[in-house]
Design a protein around this ligand. Structure first.
Ligand code: 5GP
Length: 126
């Protein structure tokens, strides 16, 4: 179910548990401020999630409240994963769902990286 992105951070969300090592993940890359791992239900041949290690609900929360080093570390992680996985050519898609209309299901900021096939138009119509 999609979440309200204005809610306070929930320490019981699934990505908080992954960050605490309570739930396993297939890590692709990690730095001081970000963790990248394979999505459990891939929607493309390559589907990687990148999350900040800090307690941020959404892109909105992160951009308003994260430190500069957290923002730099997170953005670096996204680019590093795309480059090291060989996605720059032929291309890839970044997606960050926020809140109810954005259909965000996990209330911890994450960027989806999709690649590995032509990904079609940006949004489904209708
Ligand atoms: P959202 O709809 O919030 O943007 O996407 C949440 C994503 O998290 C979904 O693509 C879903 O498959 C993924 N996900 C949910 N639970 C887990 C989990 O326990 N492990 C991993 N690796 N991904 C998860």
């Amino acid at each position: 179910m999609a979440i309200d992105a204005t809610q306070p951070y929930d320490d019981d969300n699934i990505f908080a548990k992954i960050l605490r090592g309570e739930i396993p993940n297939q890590t692709v890359y990690e730095n001081d401020h970000a963790l990248a791992f394979h999505d459990i239900n891939p929607q493309a041949p390559h589907h990687i999630l990148v999350i900040p290690k800090g307690r941020y609900v959404s892109w909105d929360d992160f951009s308003a409240n994260a430190t500069e080093s957290e923002i730099v570390g997170f953005v670096h992680a996204v680019g590093h994963v795309a480059r090291s996985a060989g996605m720059v050519e032929p291309g890839y898609r970044l997606l960050a769902n926020v809140g109810k209309d954005g259909h965000q299901e996990v209330p911890h900021l994450h960027v989806h990286i999709f690649a590995g096939k032509p990904l079609g138009p940006m949004l489904l119509k209708g």
